[in-house]
Design a protein. Structure first.
Length: 405
């Protein structure tokens, strides 16, 4: 059974061209880039080129890039630098729909006595800019927001947020892990202080990330050690992976037109086909979102059950709901958006890439209706091809109905 991989927001396949440029650094090109001899110099030159290639994708200067191990480390480095360089400020602003790298930091900061404000979103997952503006005060050290939501693909108005933060004198960090390589980015024209990215989201291997730090911004290193990364991140450079990320960045820049053309068209065709299934809805703003992502809810079925049957049929996807301690909890992102429980529990994220094909979309559109029909046949809330509930219960927003209980 040939796999259809529609989970590219979770991780991507390492591009063969990326792997090819990495291999020499596991064999002959083994020098330490900090060494003064020619073996070290050759490797250092490769690192400089990789930094140039990543900088071109981001639209920034090469010296503004700090290599890390992943997006989560980059997020942590940004948050804790902002707080350490402003010890008198004790307020952080984020949103209600962030990645766990931010959510769990916010929880920890509250335990340390910081104030954390979580700005809301509307039914389409769009950020409330007025609420954000009102939340900023003289004690605010940092605003940290996703550029693009990892579950819905909804894009936040980063340009406007950056301008607002710069005007109010607040450090602004964005987790752009899902955005880099999928939409054009030019940091020289944006008022962003720090930006996090992860290599395995754009066809580089797992274990490499980067943090953009605006020139002139005060920065306190998260990893204390040697002089590497201009003193901003200690530890010998992960040479093969940095070189791989550089190649992936170069390929991503070349493929941006395809990402926003062919991939977007496949996503739209897949989405429109799925919407023909009764009681199906798309979650999030369908205009301002990543070109590869759709989040679809199939009412009256569980997301985990859908994933199990899809996987059995060869389709890899992911769910917006999570299972903890034996009880289902719907996605915090979808709940913050006000998606009803009947839909939030049956949410599926499908994320495509340039590696996907039209044939895979065709096969998926043949598989999905069979899976949903089979699962709804087992549901007490679905009968004769339609919901077996009155309309009042279909729009449950508080988790207090016979489905939720």
């Amino acid at each position: 059974m040939e796999t259809i991989y529609f989970d590219n927001n979770a991780t991507t396949q390492v591009d063969p061209e990326v792997l090819e440029v990495m291999l020499p650094f596991f064999k002959g090109e083994y020098g330490n880039p900090s060494s003064m001899h020619h073996k070290g110099g050759e490797v250092a030159a490769s690192l400089r080129q990789a930094r140039l290639d990543l900088a071109e994708l981001l639209g920034c200067d090469p010296h503004e890039i700090v290599y890390t191990s992943c997006g989560t480390e980059s997020d942590n480095a940004a948050i804790w630098s902002a707080l350490r360089t402003q010890p008198d400020k004790r307020h952080v602003i984020t949103s209600k729909v962030e990645h766990s790298a931010i959510i769990n930091n916010a929880t920890f900061l509250r335990r340390l006595g910081y104030r954390v404000t979580e700005v809301g979103v509307d039914r389409l997952g769009r950020l409330d800019l007025n609420e954000l503006s009102a939340a900023i005060d003289d004690d605010t050290a940092l605003v940290t927001l996703l550029w693009a939501n990892n579950e819905t693909g909804v894009i936040f108005p980063i340009e406007e947020v950056g301008a607002l933060c710069r005007e109010r004198g607040v450090v602004f960090h964005t987790d752009a892990v899902q955005a880099v390589g999928k939409i054009p980015i030019n940091l020289k024209s944006l008022k962003i202080d720090m930006l996090a990215l992860s290599g395995h989201k754009l066809h580089a291997p797992k274990g490499i990330g980067a943090l953009y730090v605006r020139h002139g911004l005060k920065f306190a290193p998260f990893m204390i050690g040697g002089h590497q990364e201009n003193g901003r991140r200690g530890g010998t450079e992960n040479v093969p992976y940095i070189v791989g990320l550089g190649k992936a960045a170069k390929l991503a820049l070349e493929r941006l037109p395809e990402e926003n053309g062919r991939v977007k068209a496949m996503r739209d065709r897949l989405e429109e086909g799925l919407l023909k299934i009764p009681s199906t809805m798309v979650n999030g703003d369908r205009e301002f979102r990543l070109p590869n992502t759709t989040n679809v809810s199939f009412e009256f079925v569980e997301g985990e059950s859908i994933l199990f049957h899809l996987s059995h049929a060869g389709v890899c996807a992911s769910s917006g709901s999570a299972c903890t301690s034996g009880s289902l909890e719907p996605s915090h992102v979808l709940r913050a958006m006000g998606v009803p429980f009947t839909a939030a529990h049956g949410s599926i994220r499908l994320s495509l890439a340039t590696t996907n094909t039209e044939g895979e979309v065709d096969r998926a559109l043949a598989i999905f209706p069979e899976v949903i029909q089979k699962l709804r046949a087992l549901s007490p809330f679905w009968k004769d091809g339609a919901p077996a509930l009155d309309n009042g219960l279909l729009n449950c927003d508080d988790g207090n109905c016979q489905i939720c209980n």
